[in-house]
Design a protein around this ligand. Structure first.
Ligand code: CU
Length: 449
């Protein structure tokens, strides 16, 4: 959405929440994106719908409960494919989602992980999947037996209907590296049915076969896909990788704890409240205002809405991925800090996970931009050795680097509990000098706080 952050959505970042009974028209400007894009709500747990992950209780209650008790949210009860949990749950079997296909044809599947808290494995029994795009840009085709997809991520996949006529399950289940004794997760499997048209064994006399998906904690299985992602990088789809870096950022992502507050005890580790941070700053939403309007209207006197001191590097360098890290590292600072970038900056960002509280994956998502993912790996980033292995030829265009779009842009972990706890920060990209490098004015119906 070039120059138009007004419809970007995250509450208290680019707009005030839309109040009950009120409305707001969003203008979505598609510029360079091709493929599969996902629109979703950006207010607490409101993106929880029957698409993705489902709780057998009021979702507002789930959210309020873990915000109050300081622990993890209760795990969901089901995952869904197009709104249906499928045959492996004790309900609604008659309504399991079915996709009808004709033998010999090739189908394009737009796959979106709409779950709130889980990376998912997804596959179709007896069928290969060919990934041709992700996050609104093309990839060199990759043929796989299953995919691993993060919350918020999209993949465009080709499916050849080339198997004997019949029914085949497609299925999805969670991947997690976190010790299930420590953090509960939903271990169930959602299914839908791929059904060939024509004569085949009647449904009643056969159970469709299930795809074989990796076990829930198979980290190699979950990460081997991202290592294969490459841009098309051809004449029709050249890459535009900036090599003259103007801004270098090193961001650590951590799970933390904060005191429970009000002298009470929480259900998090050591009776503290779970928190998260980037560069040890746990992001706090500004109350009753939003960053974009405060910036645009020059209305941030004495940093009343936000500060401009988001650190470029973590306050302390330690063995980020070590075990038994000292407990003083657990407590983040809390603030509403932004990083201000000049228009046209080229940014290299290193995202470094930490092992605090055992660590976790973090599907970090940046609004308003895509970035070239030039490298990926386990352990601590080595600033001497790792850049030598950057893919500067055909890196996938997922979301760092050129910052040609001004405005205020949120960056956060796409696990909802993690962003709720503060794993987020905001970029302000200033206007450029030319007329077409300036932010467009706001629409007249911006919601009021
Ligand atoms: Cu996270």
């Amino acid at each position: 959405m070039p120059r138009y952050p007004w419809s970007d959505g995250p509450e208290y970042i680019t707009q005030c929440p839309i109040q009950p009974g009120h409305k707001f028209s969003q203008k979505v400007i598609i510029s360079e994106e091709e493929g599969t894009l996902w629109w979703h709500a950006h207010s607490d747990y409101s993106r929880a719908t029957v698409h993705g992950e489902w709780w057998k209780q009021d979702i507002v209650q789930v959210f309020n409960d873990f915000r109050t008790n300081g622990g993890d949210p209760v795990p969901s009860d089901a995952y869904t494919i197009n709104g249906q949990p499928g045959d492996l749950y004790p309900c609604s079997n008659t309504e399991t989602t079915k996709f009808k296909v004709k033998h010999g044809k090739t189908y394009l599947l737009r796959i979106i992980n709409a779950a709130l808290e889980d990376i998912l494995f997804f596959g179709i029994a007896n069928h290969k999947l060919t990934i041709v795009g992700s996050d609104g840009s093309y990839l060199k085709p990759i043929q796989v037996d299953y995919i691993t997809i993060s919350p918020g991520q999209t993949m465009t996949v080709l499916l050849k209907a080339n198997q004997p006529l019949g029914q085949y399950y497609m299925a999805a289940k969670a991947y997690t590296s976190v010790d299930p004794n420590f953090v509960q997760f939903n271990p169930t499997t959602t299914t839908a049915i791929l059904q060939y048209e024509g004569n085949h064994i009647p449904i009643t006399s056969s159970t469709p076969s299930l795809p074989s998906l990796p076990s829930f904690n198979d980290t190699n299985a979950s990460t081997n896909l991202i290592r294969q992602f490459k841009s098309l990088s051809n004449d029709d789809h050249p890459i535009d990788l900036p090599l003259n870096i103007t801004t270098s950022l090193f961001y650590t992502t951590s799970i933390n704890t904060l005191p429970c507050g009000n002298g009470s005890t929480c259900v998090g580790p050591n009776q503290n409240r779970l928190s998260t941070s980037i560069n040890n700053v746990s992001f706090r939403m500004p109350p009753r205002s939003n960053i974009l309007e405060a910036y645009y209207n020059n209305d941030n006197y004495n940093e009343s809405v936000y500060g401009e001191k988001f650190p470029d590097v973590p306050p302390l360098r330690f063995n980020f991925t070590g075990n038994d890290l000292p407990s003083f590292l657990l407590t983040p600072s809390v603030g509403t800090e932004v990083k201000v970038l000049e228009y046209g900056s080229t940014v290299e960002m290193v995202l470094q996970g930490t092992n605090l509280l055992g660590g976790a994956e973090h599907p970090i998502h940046l609004h308003g931009h895509s970035f070239y993912v030039v490298g990926w790996g386990f352990g601590n980033f080595d600033e001497d050795k790792d850049p030598l292995n950057y893919n500067l030829v055909d890196p996938p265009y997922q979301n760092t680097v050129v910052v040609p779009k001004n405005g205020v842009w949120f960056m956060h972990c796409h696990f909802e509990r993690h962003v709720t706890w503060g794993m987020a920060m905001t970029f302000i990209v200033k206007n450029g000098n030319n007329a077409d490098e300036k932010m467009l004015p706001p629409p007249p119906d911006m919601p009021k706080c």
